[in-house]
Design a protein. Structure first.
Length: 381
């Protein structure tokens, strides 16, 4: 069975996370992705530990499956000519160099659209291409200046980053979406266009209700730890042997929670009758819930509350979370038997499910320059 992006050729000039995750998403659904690296290679190849059973950086491994890899020196005229041959035949180019760098080699969009008018050219930057063009686009930096750290962490603690490079992930998904939009438009116009994504705009858009409230009120939200600014109880609570998350979204669920806690009258307490009341008295409510929750362990509470219609779950480790997804039949892990190496290795599955044309897992992330013959063939074509 075919895939949605069969026949789409992608030249991937990106490295690290946002660009490679974007192109892997396209590759999972049929695009032919050629990963073009310098002699030094994608930086994440050297970001170890940890490594997997194949001895490869797990960071690099996480975002580079289903690709082919070649090495090119932009400063070498022969290499540049080969690369231009490949781009002339491509549908998509993805890059995350600092703005202006690729123009030095004639690889900017203004020149490549003359070479290939149908090319969809996606640029991922940290802070756009104007006053912020020279700023380094590191996820930690963007989490800081983009406001995400200001709302992450305990109220009386220091601002904190999220436990993964979330802004890069948001930008990757925005880039993939933009590319698909441009490819769809190309079907009617016959022309490519430039897709521009930056990390700062991605984090601002990704904070959704928090940025919306700031625009509406003129006041920036404060850190609330694991609490929600607009809903209560909607946070984590200590139990007899661990931590549980309770996400009450309406009065019916709150009444059910109170019954399970052994205090149904709590739902009629004037401090807690409506969600607005509960938000105003969040600290008092948390104290009462934790006092009752101390009687049982986190797993016991999670099962009991979910059965009664109260959204709840214990705080899992990542390994436990993968196991939980497996228990639910979500098939979060896939194995790839790489035809090139004969090795079988595990990967996290794509989160996108399509009923007729699902993601396919064809090959493990390529070794540095593993498909160099493709680059050599460009010169002979």
């Amino acid at each position: 069975m075919g895939q949605p992006l069969d026949g789409i050729k992608v030249v991937d000039l990106s490295r690290i996370l946002a660009g490679p995750l974007c192109t892997m998403t396209l590759a999972d659904f049929g695009a032919q992705v050629l990963k073009v690296e310098s002699k030094a290679g994608d930086e994440t190849r050297g970001w170890t530990p940890p490594v997997n059973a194949q001895g490869v950086s797990t960071y690099y491994w996480s975002v580079n499956r289903n690709k082919q890899a070649v090495i090119a020196d932009f400063g070498n005229p022969e290499h540049l000519a080969r690369l231009l041959e490949l781009i002339q035949d491509a549908d998509v180019l993805v890059e995350n160099f600092r703005p202006g760098v690729l123009a030095k080699f004639g690889l900017d969009y203004s020149r490549l659209k003359e070479l290939n008018p149908e090319l969809v050219y996606c640029s991922i930057s940290g802070f756009g291409e104007q006053q912020g063009a020279a700023f380094p686009g590191f996820d930690l930096l963007v989490q800081a200046v983009g406001g995400l750290m200001s709302i992450t962490g305990e109220p009386d603690g220091a601002p904190s980053k999220v436990g993964v490079a979330l802004v890069d992930v948001l930008a990757a998904h925005n880039a993939a979406t933009g590319i698909l939009l441009a490819l769809r438009e190309r079907e009617s116009s016959g022309l490519g266009q430039r897709v521009s994504v930056n990390l700062l705009s991605s984090v601002l858009a990704g904070m959704t209700n928090q940025t919306s409230s700031t625009l509406a009120t003129g006041t920036s939200p404060a850190r609330l730890g694991n609490a929600h600014p607009s809903i209560a109880p909607y946070e984590t609570f200590n139990t007899g042997d661990g931590v549980i998350a309770i996400a009450v979204g309406n009065d019916r669920q709150f009444a059910a929670l109170c019954r399970q806690l052994g205090d149904p009258a709590l739902a009629e307490d004037p401090r807690f009758v409506t969600n607005t009341d509960r938000v105003a008295h969040r600290a008092e409510l948390k104290t009462l819930i934790e006092a009752a929750a101390a009687e049982r362990g986190a797993a016991s509470w999670a099962g009991r509350l979910m059965e009664s219609g109260v959204p709840a779950g214990k705080v899992n480790t990542i390994a436990q979370a993968i196991g939980f997804a497996q228990e639910l039949g979500l098939d979060p892990v896939v194995a790839i038997n790489d035809p090139g190496t004969g090795e079988t290795a595990t990967h996290l599955a794509s989160p996108i499910g399509l009923s007729r044309t699902p993601a396919q897992y064809r090959s493990n992330p390529p070794a540095h320059g593993q498909h160099q013959e493709l680059f050599e063939q460009a010169a002979r074509a």
